[in-house]
Design a protein around this ligand. Structure first.
Ligand code: ADP
Length: 341
């Protein structure tokens, strides 16, 4: 296709389009690029030296992001997703997709989730305490039907608390958009784990599973963020309880060598197929277990665990086989320095 014809095709007034030839010269732009980026006289110059578009090339050299291309916040107030393709005859075609509206919508949803999860906390804490007292007989022995109903209610309330905690954590801990600044303190992991298991004792009893703790006696004091670590471990234990069949035991282990501290949460649940073992850590990914009763969940729990691991410079993974239970591992550097702050 001749350059003039190509220019005509590209002049459609949608997303800004830029064509950069093999020697790095901006050869063609469309009308949207002219109007939105104020380009025109610069055609024929080296693209990376044109101030209005030079940051695009920095964005393109950054590590790849999800969603197809990096986001460029242009000086005209718009945010563009930078999409590229290379054609042998004409060089690099850059398409700038305006995602400003989507970004605004995204942050409105985030603000909404933030307010909702924050405001649900107080009434849920009250509901949880009363449910615990009722189910444990603090107000007198309940009739068998009342006891069964209260047990179901208490399990649901624990589910709501976990959901609200995860909505908040997934939002705040996010390394790019989160508002949570990691706070390192020296942590006694024995205390921390005992507290987490104590909190999960009632749900474990209601699900008729046992919790077992195995702590390496020579565990060092570890530098980590307490809230983040609590949320991560609580999620692993909560999942193990949810997915375990009645009568089984969940084992929580922690040990350390000179470099790392390693937590393991092992259950006798349905197990996880090899093809799902990586994607379950992605945000909002849930996997049904055929033949099992439906288990509540949001798909946020393991994403929170992964975020916590990565922000500590650590990692999380699962070892599992269908029908053989699962072991989740969380490894953190003993002197965890911030990976992304
Ligand atoms: P949720 O539990 O809210 O669905 P998670 O992110 O915590 O979200 O878990 C994602 C998926 O990983 C779950 O839907 C489930 O299929 C699987 N999963 C997590 N923990 C276990 C476990 N201990 N045993 C079996 N499957 C699990």
């Amino acid at each position: 296709m001749a350059a003039a014809e190509l220019g005509e095709v590209l002049s459609a007034p949608f997303d800004p389009l830029l064509l950069v030839d093999a020697s790095g010269v901006l050869t063609t732009i469309n009308r949207a690029a002219e109007l939105q980026l104020g380009l025109n006289s610069q055609v024929g110059q080296r693209a990376e030296q044109i101030a209005a578009i030079a940051p695009i090339f920095e964005a393109l050299s950054a590590p790849p992001t999800t969603g197809g291309g990096p986001i460029w916040a242009a000086s005209n107030g718009h945010s563009y997703r930078v999409l590229t393709t290379t054609t042998p005859a004409h060089g690099l075609l850059i398409c700038l997709r305006d995602v400003s509206d989507l970004q605004q919508l995204g942050s409105a949803v985030e603000d909404f989730m933030h307010v909702v999860s924050h405001d649900l906390r107080t009434p849920l804490t009250a509901l949880k305490s009363y449910a615990e007292m009722l189910v444990e007989g603090d107000f007198g022995t309940l009739q068998p039907e009342q006891q069964t109903a209260m047990e179901k209610l208490t399990i649901s309330i624990y589910g709501m608390v976990a959901l609200v905690n995860n909505l908040q954590a997934a939002d705040r801990f996010d390394p790019k958009r989160g508002r949570y600044g990691i706070q390192y303190t020296m942590l006694d992991l024995t205390d921390l784990l005992r507290r987490i298991l104590e909190d999960q004792q009632l749900p474990a009893e209601l699900h008729k599973v046992r919790l077992e703790l195995d702590i390496d006696p020579s565990l060092p004091i570890v530098r980590a963020d307490q809230l983040m670590l609590e949320r991560a471990l609580a999620n692993l234990v909560d999942n193990a309880i949810k997915f375990s069949p009645e009568g089984t035991t969940i084992r929580v282990e922690v040990k350390a060598d000179g470099t790392n501290v390693m937590f393991a949460v092992r259950d006798h649940g349905p197990g996880i197929a090899p093809e799902d073992q990586t994607r379950i850590f992605e945000r909002s990914v849930r996997v049904e277990h055929p033949g099992q009763k439906r288990v509540r969940g949001s798909g946020l729990g393991l994403y929170v665990v992964k975020t916590v691991a990565e922000r500590h410079g650590g990692s999380v993974w699962v070892e599992s086989a269908l029908g053989q239970g699962s072991s989740f591992f969380l490894r953190l550097p003993v002197r965890a320095e911030a990976a992304t702050g």
